[in-house]
Design a protein around this ligand. Structure first.
Ligand code: HSC
Ligand code: NAD
Length: 677
């Protein structure tokens, strides 16, 4: 028997239908069919004067069941637009009692009701654009009839929800109440009214000029994306056509987008992020440790940013430095970062002071004794890290989790220096650590299940996306990045300019190219620091003091505006090194650049999977989406590779194999496609 996902109740003459489809009340086929039956019964039932639609749980509804988009439709199925139309057609009032977030199709259902009451904590939004589609159940046509063209387009294109309070101001809901009064208020309203106010019968509020204002403001942010353009087109028809014409066009646009590559990729990214939180092999009942105070060692670039994450989440931090000056500088930078956020209106002055009041800076290692988790962020040197962990082992309390933020070093070796390797793991944050959402949670050979589960939970608690990685050089992200960087530099020796490679990567959708990124991060990071020892092009650039933006020049020159300009000095260094190394200029096609930078990275990702250093291909995608700004509408490197086709990738890698370095090998997984997905 089909599971019941609608609960029914009756209060006098008012029928109450309650969506009960955990966890998010997605509007899957079963729910649509059952709600349609309830609506049919209501229409026929002369003793029922009104229908209230509400839901159980913390959400009203997260919208259409996204998993259904990739499946063939089940027949006979009730479509969401048909269900909403049936609700709107009722000649007795239907009231939406919005008990929590109403998103996507969930809000579209609400728009089809005749009256709307919401709890004050609810948020209402149309996030479809984030999945590469547009609202396909009348949202683009009904919303502007309630809130006006400008506000509707803003909500639809940004995908961001509005609060219940704002929804009331906009005319999207009729009343906002406190949570415990929702049902009684909705029933009271149902008993008091016979009015049937159909949204589709209202005039559209606004003109094409309102569309132009929003489109112009968004400009470059929506460049290259298919869904926002479709939203604009649907809104134009809302203004110029009839309601039915608008619906027809909205449906066509929806169908085109949902079957297109961008929506496939964005849906993949949505599920990949959620899948990453699941750790293979962890017992379901694993206990986690409570983290009430965090210690951070090193107040440099990373230590400061890492600390801010915990402070902002209300978790006290003890920050320990070796040098007073470095400690003061680090704390000063944290304060300035917080104040900059306050100046942009993202935080109040009170929140800034609250966060900073949780910080205890110290020059004394013993201060780490009461921390539940300590994250080391000192220089990238194995000797130094071993020394720090040996000291930490002496002062940390039993049960404390000891983590390293190392970018490349072997966590197993660091763990082995302590008397408690099962409490040790890597927590690899990305720079700027207070902004980038990724944390690679590096599972050492002996890291316990409890420690791993605690770290994954903690990542979520501070608003990060945790991805489990195994111990290998550079873990997931930097191991792939290294391949791209080496190939990019090699291409310079073959006569390609940094600006050409960067432009290609930016056109692909990366926020910056490989050389712009190195200039920003510091060309000298990881350099051996001996200007006499010039073995690579990077050695030559570092030896010339060109360490990137921080020294006014690296691969590019920078003025006060921090914009990269081609550098004659770097060109000279490249030409000199090219002559020394015996490389010659040659014709290089864009296709070759893509193959040697992006396909080579995909290949490294496949090796990572083969070696068991990532749990699944989609975890690698999440690393690149959240750690390096890989364009989300391509889904991440491994998903993108499935769209390009492994065969095409292998073919090009084979063609350029001789230039891909002596250790280069095509991963077996790419030759056996089914295994890599
Ligand atoms: C839509 O509504 C299209 C419409 O315009 C209608 C089109 C009809 C066209 C017909 C044409 C003929 N579906 O995120 P969490 C799962 S598009 C399926 O961890 P939170 C999620 O995968 C939809 N599953 O929780 C996870 O599963 P797991 C527009 C969904 O509290 C579990 O629920 N709506 C799902 O951190 C818990 O999720 C959106 O884009 C869905 N819609 O966040 C909203 N939503 O346990 C998407 C969630 O197996 N959802 N799941 O891993 C979200 O943004 C977040 O999930 C929430 C909750 C903010 C809802
Ligand atoms: P940094 O040079 O900015 O800061 C290191 C800090 O550690 C300095 O302030 C130094 O005084 C302090 N320190 C050195 N020895 C110490 C000791 N014994 N006790 C206490 N403090 C000590 O370096 P960073 O860029 O923040 O990198 C730190 C770690 O994070 C490295 O392992 C690095 O590989 C890793 N990492 C860096 C980045 C990045 O982009 N910078 C990104 C991810 C990971």
């Amino acid at each position: 028997m089909e599971e019941l996902v609608i609960k029914q109740d009756r209060q006098g003459r008012v029928l109450v239908a309650c969506l009960d489809n955990p966890p998010v009340n997605a509007l899957g086929a079963g729910l649509r069919r059952q709600l349609m039956a309830v609506v049919g019964d209501f229409r026929r039932d002369e003793s029922a004067s009104a229908l209230v639609i509400t839901a159980t749980g913390r959400m009203f509804s997260a919208g259409a069941d996204i998993r259904e988009f990739a499946k063939p439709p089940t027949l006979p199925a009730t479509s969401l637009p048909a269900l909403i139309e049936a609700i709107e057609d009722c000649d007795k009032p239907v009231i939406a009692a919005i008990n929590g977030d109403a998103l996507g199709g969930g809000l579209e259902l609400v728009l089809g009701c005749h009256h709307r009451v919401a709890v004050s904590s609810a948020r209402l939004g149309l996030p479809e654009v984030k999945l590469g589609i547009l609202p396909g159940a009348g949202g683009t046509q009904r919303l502007p009839r309630l809130v006006g063209v400008g506000a509707a387009l803003e909500m639809i294109i940004s995908g961001e929800p509005v609060t219940a309070g704002r929804a009331l101001e906009l005319g999207l809901v009729d009343r906002v109440v406190e949570g415990d009064q929702l049902l009684s208020e909705a029933v009271r309203l149902a008993e008091a009214t016979t009015a049937v106010r159909r949204t589709r019968e209202l005039p559209v509020l606004g003109t094409v000029a309102d569309i132009d204002v929003v489109a112009k403001r968004l400009g470059r942010r929506i460049e290259g994306l298919h869904a926002p353009g479709a939203c604009i087109e649907a809104m134009r028809i809302a203004i110029s056509g009839t309601f039915d014409e608008g619906l027809t066009r909205e449906r066509e646009l929806f169908r085109g987008l949902v079957n297109g590559p961008q929506s496939r990729a964005l849906r993949h990214a949505f599920f990949a992020e959620r899948q990453a939180a699941k750790v293979d092999g962890l017992p379901g009942d694993v206990e986690t440790r409570s983290i009430r105070r965090v210690g951070v060692i090193g107040a440099g670039t990373m230590g400061g940013g890492i600390s801010m994450n915990f402070l902002s989440a209300g978790i006290p931090v003890t920050l320990v430095e070796a040098e007073r000056e470095a400690l003061e500088r680090g704390v000063g930078i944290m304060r300035r970062n917080y104040e900059a956020s306050a100046a942009k209106g993202r935080l109040t002055g009170q929140q800034v002071e609250q966060a900073l009041s949780l910080l205890s800076p110290s020059l004394d290692f013993a201060a780490l004794g009461d921390c539940d988790l300590v994250i080391e962020a000192v220089y990238e040197s194995m000797d130094l890290k071993k020394e720090v962990f040996a000291r930490l082992d002496r002062v940390a309390k039993p049960g404390a989790i000891l983590a390293s933020n190392t970018s490349y070093l072997d966590i197993n070796k660091i763990a082995a220096i302590t008397s408690r390797p099962s409490d040790v793991l890597g927590l690899h944050f990305f720079s700027p650590a207070n902004v980038m959402k990724l944390v690679e949670v590096v599972r050492g050979r002996e890291t316990s299940a409890e420690v791993l589960a605690t770290a994954m939970g903690l990542a979520r608690r501070i608003g990060k996306v945790g991805v489990v990685a195994g111990v290998c050089y550079g873990f997931i992200g930097n191991r792939m990045l290294r391949v791209r960087q080496e190939q990019s530099r090699q291409l310079l020796l073959e006569g390609v300019t940094p600006q050409r490679i960067d432009a290609l990567h930016r056109r692909f959708g990366m926020p910056m190219g490989p050389f712009e990124m190195q200039d920003l991060a510091g060309v000298d990071v990881g350099w051996h620091r001996d200007p006499e020892r010039i073995e690579t092009l990077r050695d030559a650039i570092c030896a010339a003091g060109r360490w990137g933006q921080k020294t006014g020049g690296g691969y590019y020159d920078y003025g006060d505006d921090r914009k990269p300009r081609p550098s004659p000095e770097t060109e000279r260094i490249i030409a000199e090194f090219r002559a020394r190394s015996g490389c010659v200029d040659r014709e290089v096609t864009d296709e070759e650049i893509i193959a040697r930078t992006l396909y080579a990275m995909v290949n490294e990702g496949a090796h990572i999977l083969e070696g068991g250093f990532a749990q699944r291909a989609s975890d690698i995608d999440v690393v690149w989406l959240y750690g390096y700004g890989w364009p989300r509408h391509t889904g991440g490197p491994m998903f993108w590779a499935t769209e390009v086709g492994y065969e095409a990738i292998v073919k090009l890698l084979e063609r350029h194999a001789s230039r891909l370095g002596s250790g280069f090998e095509i991963a077996g997984l790419l030759r056996q496609p089914a295994a890599a997905t």
